[in-house]
Write a protein that binds this ligand. Structure first.
Ligand code: NAG
Ligand code: NAG
Ligand code: NAG
Ligand code: NAG
Length: 235
């Protein structure tokens, strides 16, 4: 009985290894989507045919790049990929039909599939692409001119994707996020603009910490703020 349990464990570990994790690309960068196929080193590459496709938002297949008759065939290429793709025919002899996707956009997220045919075989391989973008250094604004002796602290940041996790801590390190207000709005590229504020009564000296996290990128920005109340000098 014990033997059987061990065998099952090994099988599930092997199955687990087959699932490839998504490829994470930075917004605006170039990325290589990997695709390999069995190719005997001594056989020619003249009959290699490569088609890279992905499903668009309506679920229909869109051509990302295709190559046959020893040249790029881009008549059917999706408009969004125009001038942004490259494959490497000199690598076919090594069984490499990888795709270079340039100037990555948020809309590029999704599953890409390569279909490769040569004299020996037809193979199909998929890659999931995930796009991320770091947030810029947050900038701080505060407003002391307001009513009722309250102080408004505002942090803003932009350019990040996906949306961020925001946290505020007080001097004692307690979470006061529920006393803050945060908005995250997508700009024209789909990246987020963040505005996060806290309002508190100006009665004592305080320290706050603002924390912005983009977990997909493991980006964590921590900004401490100290508010010192000066008693106006009396004349
Ligand atoms: C692709 O590049 C060609 C040549 O530089 C240019 O004429 C064309 O406008 C570009 N197309 C797009 C969609 O960027
Ligand atoms: C395939 O070719 C591309 C472009 O030269 C390269 O970046 C990539 O590392 C190659 N992949 C493999 C598996 O050799
Ligand atoms: C959060 O706001 C509530 C209601 O205004 C207030 O009672 C509480 O003291 C505030 N908490 C912190 C930690 O500032
Ligand atoms: C705040 O800190 C300043 C400078 O350390 C000090 O002069 C002032 O008395 C403090 N005010 C309060 C309300 O604690």
């Amino acid at each position: 009985m014990k033997k059987l349990v061990t065998v099952l464990y090994v099988v599930s570990a092997l199955l687990g290894a087959v699932v490839s994790s998504p490829l994470v690309a930075l917004y605006g960068s170039d990325v290589i989507l990997s695709c390999t196929f069995p190719h005997k080193p001594d056989s020619g590459t003249r009959r290699v045919m490569v088609v890279w496709q992905r499903k668009d938002s309506s679920g229909s297949d869109q051509v990302v790049h295709s190559y046959y008759y020893q040249r790029d065939q881009l008549d059917q290429q999706g408009e969004a990929y125009r001038n942004r793709t490259q494959i490497f025919p000199e690598e076919f002899c090594k069984g490499n039909a990888s795709l270079k996707l340039m100037r990555v956009r948020l809309e590029d997220e999704g599953r890409y599939t390569c279909y490769v045919g040569n004299e020996q075989d037809n193979v199909e391989h998929s890659v999931d692409l995930v796009v991320t973008a770091p947030y810029v250094e947050p900038s701080l604004n505060f407003d002391l001119s307001n009513q009722d002796d309250h102080i408004l602290l505002v942090f803003t940041s932009s350019g990040g994707y996906p949306s961020a996790t925001i946290q505020w801590l007080n001097e004692a390190g307690n979470d006061i996020t529920e006393n803050s207000t945060t908005t995250q709005l997508a700009d024209e590229t789909g990246r987020f603009q963040i505005r996060s504020e806290v309002v508190f009564p100006a009665v004592e000296n305080l320290s706050y910490t603002f924390i912005l996290e983009n977990r997909a990128l493991q980006q964590r920005i921590t900004r401490p703020v100290s508010v010192t109340l000066e008693t106006p000098a009396t004349l």
